[in-house]
Design a protein around this ligand. Structure first.
Ligand code: LLP
Length: 432
């Protein structure tokens, strides 16, 4: 057994092993392209966050951000591991509900929730509805009154923190479509409105400063600002909010260039900032929630492809086409995201060639990577793309009428299908 790259990739007899199953066996049994998820790593990550919360806060709730990878099985696993979940649409909420996920542990997000979504959240008894704007607070108030409920509310705050990540996934700054700004007084107005609404129960505040963040300081700064705001609201209204949801965003390793920070390294300084600021402002230690998504499932996923045509353009580049592409992984075309790749059955072969790995969609930008170091590849070989567990399946599309891929879970040398692949008949099912 050899450990290849800095990440935990297990290779046996030159072959990539996923959850103890040889990659070639998975490809033979389920076909390619195929998403493979490592259950042991998902559970380990969930447990690490949960234990870390206990260690640094004594209490609190880890809500898995299910937008990273959403299907019935992941909600079952999250429940078994004692986590809550973050949902951001009726679809995610419905999936959680379909496996009887405990609704009191659900945080419901969205910058433009529909009436249907808010009604479902209230009807199902979602534990926290994260309100994004003033009209939503008004709407929630009358809907709760109509349904004879009290709506549990967090306010989404923009803490004004600039985290260094891709601008599409930066969310904490003032120019963001998400949440209430502090600088303009909007957040204070929202707090007052929520406190005075008879059918709302203002529990606390939420922020999410961005995604794939490697620095600790932005999280520390955000925590200070947020606890400071709890203090401001108490000073101005006398009302003390109890919940502090600090969102997700912890970076993971996509390639060897990435150096993720261990969970505990964030939790220590952030919890200290929360505690100190709370002390300074004379408020109780809040109940802390966090919402990791990518850091729970990202490195647990691998996509297996079969290599098709290889096209060398002398002095330009060599295209290596695989049987999937932007439909199953849109992250290169969206963010120029980089991935480590390796030939699954010759995993230790020296990577002495560079390829532009292309998909099979009718679109020149349909790439999975450029300048990807690999050994000289042959058509028919299996190519593994690592760390595809987050924002791949959940962002998949059917462009060019390519069916959505199946997802297989692997653990202890066994595999099981957790999401069936779409068939051609599935593709035309809703056509009239
Ligand atoms: N909480 C909230 C409110 C969020 O908006 C997000 C992610 C998370 C938690 C989880 O963040 P994570 O721990 O996964 O970084 N499609 C992009 C990522 C978009 C993230 C959106 N919000 C990508 O593929 O990189």
């Amino acid at each position: 057994m050899v450990l290849r790259m800095k990440r935990r990739v297990t290779v046996e007899n030159g072959e990539l092993m996923l959850g103890g199953v040889p990659a070639s066996r998975l490809a033979a049994e389920y076909g390619t392209p195929l998403y493979v998820m490592d259950e042991a790593l998902i559970r380990k990550n969930m447990q690490a966050f949960r234990d870390s919360m206990k260690e640094f806060y004594g209490d609190g709730l880890v809500c898995y951000a299910s937008k990273a990878f959403c299907c019935k099985e992941i909600y079952r696993i999250a429940e078994q591991e004692g986590l809550g979940v973050d949902v951001v649409s009726l679809g995610e909420l419905y999936t959680a509900k379909s496996v009887d996920f405990p609704m009191e542990k659900v945080c419901f997000h969205g910058n433009n929730k529909s009436e249907e979504e808010l009604r479902a959240a209230l009807e199902y008894g979602v534990g926290r509805i994260v309100a994004d704007n003033l009209p939503e607070l008004v709407q929630l108030d009358w809907m709760a009154a109509e349904m004879g409920k009290k709506a549990p509310v967090l306010l989404r705050i923009k803490p004004g923190i600039d985290a260094h990540t891709h601008s599409f996934i930066m969310t904490g700054q003032i120019d963001s479509k998400f949440g209430f700004a502090l600088e303009t007084g909007e957040a204070m107005e929202a707090a007052k409105q929520a406190i005075s609404s008879p059918n709302l129960q203002l529990l606390g505040i939420h922020c999410h400063i961005g995604s794939q963040i490697f620095q600790i300081q932005p999280f520390v700064e955000a925590a200070k600002v947020m606890v400071g705001f709890i203090g401001d609201v108490k000073e101005e209204t006398g009302f003390e909010m109890t919940d502090l949801n600090l969102g997700g965003g912890f970076g993971i390793r996509y390639t060897d260039e990435d150096e993720p920070v261990p969970f505990g390294d964030y939790m220590g300084p952030v919890s200290e900032a929360v505690r100190k600021t709370a002390d300074k402002r004379g408020i109780r230690m809040p109940f802390v929630l966090i919402e990791p998504g990518r850091s729970i499932v990202g490195e647990a996923g691998t996509t297996l492809y079969t290599v098709g045509s290889i096209k060398e353009i002398p002095n330009v580049r060599t295209y290596l086409a695989v049987d999937g592409g932007m439909g199953d992984n849109p992250r290169y075309i969206l963010y120029q995201a980089k991935y480590d790749m390796l030939p699954a059955c010759r995993a230790n072969a020296p990577a002495d060639h560079f390829y532009t790995v292309a998909g099979k969609c009718c679109e020149s930008g349909d790439l999975l990577g450029e300048n990807v170091p690999l050994p000289e590849m042959q058509p028919g070989e299996l190519l593994a793309v690592l760390s595809t567990g987050a924002y791949n399946y959940s962002m998949a599309s059917r462009y060019n009428r390519r069916p959505i891929l199946p997802v297989v879970m692997v653990k202890d040398g066994k595999s099981r299908l957790i999401v069936r692949g779409e068939t051609l008949d599935d593709l035309i099912r809703n056509d009239l």
